[in-house]
Design a protein around this ligand. Sequence first.
Ligand code: KG4
Ligand code: ZN
Length: 356
Amino acid sequence: MTLILGIETSCDETAAAVVRDGRVVLSNVIASQHELHEEYGGVVPELASRAHLERLLPVVRAAMREAGAGYGELDAVAVGNRPGLIGALLVGVAGAKALAWSLGTPIIGVDHLEAHLYAPMLSRDPEAASDIAWPALGLVVSGGHTSLYRCGSALELTKLGGTIDDAVGEAYDKVAALLGLGHPGGPKVDALAQAGNDKAHEFPLSRLEKDSLNFSFSGLKTAVLYAARGQPERPSPSEAPRFLRDGADMTDAAKADVCASFQRAAARNVMLRLERALEQSPGEFRTLLVGGGVSANSRLRTELATFAAKHRLALRVPAMEFCLDNAAMIAGLAHERLIAGAVDDLTLAASPTTSR
Ligand code: KG4
Ligand code: ZN
């Protein structure tokens, strides 16, 4: 039996988790800082770092307590060391190093994006854990990234495409801000969309070049802006556009229609890339592997299920508690690294960019 403590501090969640044998989640503690950043409409890096510093040890203690594990039983300490806000990452990396050093265990740095794609393998129930049929087409849909990978295993990722502007979660958050729904906006747009007409607006799909597996969401975001605030007047090119109204003043029914139509277009954008990826490598993939905060989206989950069934792919999406940023995915993937002998040492550095 292998026990790994995972730590995650890349953005605005301070998280720690204990995972057994890379699969069974014994604890998954997440202290979210949403209330701290709410009034700014987005994450303020300095506030995030300070909050991580205050919360890291209590969160680690809670994860160990909940797992019923002793520090002496840990086989490794894992930490998300990239990508993310550098000051926020540094808190987790420094904390993980101190723990690993004092316990005499290996330290394992994990790429946050790779970890999101590992999340479908995690379960609270020891009976439910099952293997993945490789190779998989991997899709990361989060607040910072929208990327496609060919995955030969949990550790062998080759990037096929990524967003050239906004990430899909970022587009969700901006649409929510535009409609005055608060931050983070994804879950709020998702909820409001349930009451809306998804055909009320015909928002554009970005196709980019014919064979491109890249994504773009900025055109969609601008179309939503105009639908919500009206076509702006621009008295002269040097002046800022003047909008007729504020998106937050729309009726709830009108907002619901915008949310539903946006969500249809956002999901379609993603599905188009998945279709292209399959066309370019016919018969290659056995599994569709999905992770990241937007994999919690109800519409995307439904469309992914239909798509996977049509193309005879096994669909692996994370359980809801492992979609958003968490440390269980960090500890889980670290187990793969541990058995592959790919551990780090105390020179482990944090980095704002992904290795993928
Ligand atoms: O993976 P994550 O927790 O953080 C990053 O690595 O970025 O993803 C956060 C993103 C946010 O943009 C949030 O609005 C979005 O995931 N999100 C959703 C839903 N739940 C969270 N987007 C759409 N529908 C949801 N239900
Ligand atoms: Zn994430």
